[in-house]
Write a protein that binds this ligand. Sequence first.
Ligand code: ZN
Ligand code: ZN
Length: 397
Amino acid sequence: MTPPSPSTVDRYRDLHRHPELAFEEVRTAGIAEAALRAAGYDVTAGIGGTGVVGVLRNGDGPTVLVRADMDGLPVTEETGLEYASTVDGRMHACGHDVHVSTLIGAAEQLAQGRADWSGTLVVLFQPAEEAGGGAQAMLDDGLYERVPVPDVVLGQHVGPAPAGALGAHAGPAFAGASSLDVTVFGRGGHGSRPETTIDPIVLAAAIVMRLQTIVAREVSPQETAVVSIGRISAGTKNNIIPETASLGLTVRAFDEDVRSRVLLAIERIVRAEATASGAPEPRIQYAESFPVLVNDVDATERTNAAFRAAFGDASLLDPGALSGSEDVGLLATAAGAPLVYWILGGADAASWFRAAEARTLDRDVPSNHSPHFAPVLEPTLSRGVEALVTAARTWLD
Ligand SMILES: [Zn+2]
Ligand SMILES: [Zn+2]
């Protein structure tokens, strides 16, 4: 393994110290832009807010787009690392700093080695993956009128697998997700006289319980879906029956048809429970949504084969279908191009294998979004750069 240029590690530490939230990635975008310009890319900044794209035209051949997301999270870091976040309540808890620093490293390497490949390389730094909307914002801002339309879209996400290991799962690889806010309306009154009210808390409770029957009773055992209620709120005082109650839901599925059936079932149950309570029509609002991420089967096999050849069989992992969500697929769908999005291990390998042996991975290996999430610098960063270069060269050679 080639050691990382000191600048990849330095850049990573710097980005980790300075996380920025979705659509506020001004500093991060500036770093990416400067590095791309220095490496000789044609750069367009400010696409979809803070998005930055570098294009390197290098003769005949396919157009390859490689993507990194840039945003951090509203999490207070508890890693105790020397290079921990310096911004209160903000953290690169999903490892997008790994994505940015390794893509800069790969963009530099590919530019330096341009005599060895031919085609067009498009290097894309995307805002706001966490909030959803970043990829769509770039498309809505005319991304593919401003940069070449790719023949393939590539990218990676760091995760709690052993550092050095990597691989893409063919087919549906990340779940589609929908976020819904539900408000039910009752009729408030005195807690001592419930007969004069329509109690929205009892109504909300009935909805919570009944929604659990969707996955259990309406989704086939061959299909998968998740319905979770992560937020519920109502009321101000013990002896007041409030006017309203509100619920926050997330829905995940690996098939768009399953997802739309689950959403219809949610709407049906919410409305029917309101009717059962004699309450007015509830309000159902859709917030962020992510499509199912589908890795193209042929392109995934081709990329995994290149990884196997470059890093050895033992480094290849199949992460399976993950219930997390990602919006990178929109960049591929809009281009009509295949997508390959792989998982890059970032956990200290010795600790990971110890925890796997003890069956305590869930407890002992912090995962993305945890305040303790702390990818080891090496071999994570070197492997991340090599993976991006290897995957891009699979199409550009
Ligand atoms: Zn995340
Ligand atoms: Zn992420």
